[in-house]
Design a protein around this ligand. Structure first.
Ligand SMILES: *[C@@H]1O[C@H](CO)[C@@H](O)[C@H](O)[C@H]1NC(C)=O
Ligand SMILES: *[C@@H]1O[C@H](CO)[C@@H](O)[C@H](O)[C@H]1NC(C)=O
Ligand SMILES: *[C@@H]1O[C@H](CO)[C@@H](O)[C@H](O)[C@H]1NC(C)=O
Ligand SMILES: *[C@@H]1O[C@H](CO)[C@@H](O)[C@H](O)[C@H]1NC(C)=O
Ligand SMILES: *[C@@H]1O[C@H](CO)[C@@H](O)[C@H](O)[C@H]1NC(C)=O
Length: 482
């Protein structure tokens, strides 16, 4: 059945159903918010149109121009209906952009956040195909929400720009009427192959964005970049520059960053990062990392699992994660929790001084496992100067196998017949020359009752003395955190 006949048929349907407004046919029409209600009544007709539409595609694979009426009703925009080539042989950029453009220009259903038109759950369906893309799929206009892009693979062509992203949620025309570009846009069930050109997904100044079940590979820059906005949730996804199962002979040469969070209140959960120089780079606040497995590039090769490059109030939580031969670096952290995580292969945490501030940091209840090479579980990088403001830092209750335990709490028990008991905490303490509180118990073995006192605290060493020699057990707890 030819395109022309469909168009004629559609016209007849449209004529019969007076409630299908002319907007359905229009190019670049702006959404009318009352339109959705009207469309509701004509579901039956529209369903027919859809079926017809699908038939026409199978018989007419390379139809470039399909009447827009096909987009009304159930708001599913099949990219193959726009001429996208699911075999990945010919360039599908324009076709997919056409589907995205129509989706964004589709009927509205009220508003979400102020100024964001609710597209009512419209879907851009990749129809399970593989599509070659030569330019970013950049959203043409801002101010839309409640849209899904799903179900297929996108592959960057050899001339894809290295500074581009396959899917780009930054509006080409920025005449936004909202403080945010997009709200509740979901990208799921996608494989993005960046072909070592550019990156995977860029989300700019958007609210409540979902990236679910995506596999992003061969990025040269960044797998997923989140800039501004808040609440981008990245879940159940796999990111790697090179497709490897670990122990890759080229691991030394991995570059790029899997995820950049340059915004606040985002979440990365149940994500595996299997290759990249940096797994997650965080420069915003209040981000949550949970259930993330990083084996992107070993620390020994210069890689970093999670890099917190937010000197000052970071409010980052890294929990239940797995740092596999690659560690965490935090610059001047203020409010940071790292807990219930597993560090394998001598992976460790570095606190890096920029202005010498570390405040409100909990590194507790983690497991560390290494190769008995004496690698410390928490290390300071004071190459820019020492930490001089250390407050509320608790590094404690971590268990260690084949690595060197470091802590902010030291416990020592000394037995002897003496008038002086010395505990040196330098081998366990994280910070040099810092003891904020000491407690001790003094128990004589022979029932004697000598006068004793805390006599000296300096250089992470504590000295207890008694007025006369005594056979005693002395238990000392010193704390760098309180
Ligand atoms: C913004 O620009 C786009 C593309 O030029 C246009 O379709 C849209 O209607 C404009 N929106 C506003 C609010 O001006
Ligand atoms: C990948 O990025 C690097 C810079 O990090 C650049 O030198 C190189 O040309 C890029 N590769 C391609 C294919 O553009
Ligand atoms: C890896 O990178 C080094 C320099 O960083 C280069 O000399 C070497 O050729 C690269 N190896 C491969 C296989 O690309
Ligand atoms: C402890 O040492 C003193 C001498 O310094 C000695 O007189 C005393 O008997 C010793 N006490 C014990 C229980 O060994
Ligand atoms: C405490 O010990 C340090 C190091 O041994 C020493 O330099 C300092 O003079 C001692 N302070 C007092 C009050 O004894």
């Amino acid at each position: 059945m030819g395109t022309l006949r469909i168009a004629v048929f559609l016209f007849i349907v449209a004529a019969m159903s007076s409630f299908i407004s002319i907007q359905v046919y229009g190019e670049n029409t702006s959404p009318k918010l009352d339109h959705f209600e009207k469309l509701h009544f004509s579901r039956a007709h529209l369903h027919k149109i859809q079926v017809l539409q699908r038939d026409s595609v199978s018989t007419q694979k390379h139809a470039k121009k399909i009447p827009k009426a096909a987009n009304a009703g159930p708001l599913v925009y099949h990219v193959t209906s726009y001429g996208a080539d699911p075999t990945g042989k010919s360039d599908s950029t324009d076709a997919i952009l056409g589907a995205i453009s129509d989706a964004l220009n589709g009927p509205g259903h009220g508003v979400l956040y102020q100024g964001i038109v609710n597209l009512g759950g419209a879907r851009v369906d990749l129809d399970g195909g593989n599509y070659l893309i030569s330019r970013p799929l950049q959203f043409p206009l801002p101010g839309r929400g409640n849209l899904v892009i799903h179900g297929g693979s996108l592959i960057a062509s050899d001339n894809f720009p290295n500074d581009g992203y396959l899917i780009d949620l930054s509006p080409a025309s920025n005449n936004a009427t909202s403080a945010y570009n997009y709200e509740f846009v979901t990208m799921r069930d996608l494989l993005l192959d960046c072909n070592y050109r550019g990156g995977g997904i860029q989300v700019i100044n958007s609210l409540r964005t979902n990236i679910d079940n995506c596999y992003i590979t061969h990025f040269n820059t960044t797998g997923i970049s989140v800039q501004g906005g808040h609440e981008t949730y990245i879940r159940y996804s796999y990111l790697g520059q090179h497709i490897t199962g670990g122990g890759d002979p080229l691991e030394r040469n991995f570059t790029g960053t899997a995820i950049v969070l340059a915004g606040n209140d985002n979440s990365v959960s149940e994500v595996v990062i299997f290759s990249a120089a940096v797994g997650i780079m965080i420069t915003g606040q209040a981000n949550l990392i949970t259930g993330v497995h990083c084996y992107n590039k070993a620390t020994g090769f210069g890689g970093t699992g999670i890099y917190l490059k937010t000197p000052g109030l970071a409010q980052t939580r890294i929990v239940n994660s797995y740092l596999d031969y690659t560690g965490i670096v935090a610059e001047d952290p203020v409010q940071l929790t790292i807990s219930n995580s597993f560090f394998l292969g001598d992976a460790y945490v570095v606190l890096k001084s920029i202005k010498g501030v570390v405040n409100g940091v909990n590194i507790v209840d983690n497991m560390f496992s290494g190769s008995n090479s004496g690698v410390e579980i928490v290390q300071l990088d004071q190459s820019n100067g020492g930490f001089n403001e250390v407050d509320q830092v608790v590094i404690d209750k971590n268990n260690v196998n084949g690595m060197k335990l470091k802590s902010t709490v030291g416990r020592s028990s000394i037995e002897g017949n003496s008038s002086s008991w010395t505990a040196d905490f330098n081998s366990v303490f994280v910070f040099p020359n810092l003891i904020k509180q000491v407690q001790y118990s003094f128990i004589t073995n022979d029932g004697s009752f000598p006068v004793h006192a805390l006599r000296n605290v300096s250089g992470n060493t504590v000295v207890i003395q008694s007025q006369v020699p005594a056979a005693a057990s002395v238990y000392i707890t010193a704390d760098q955190s309180i």
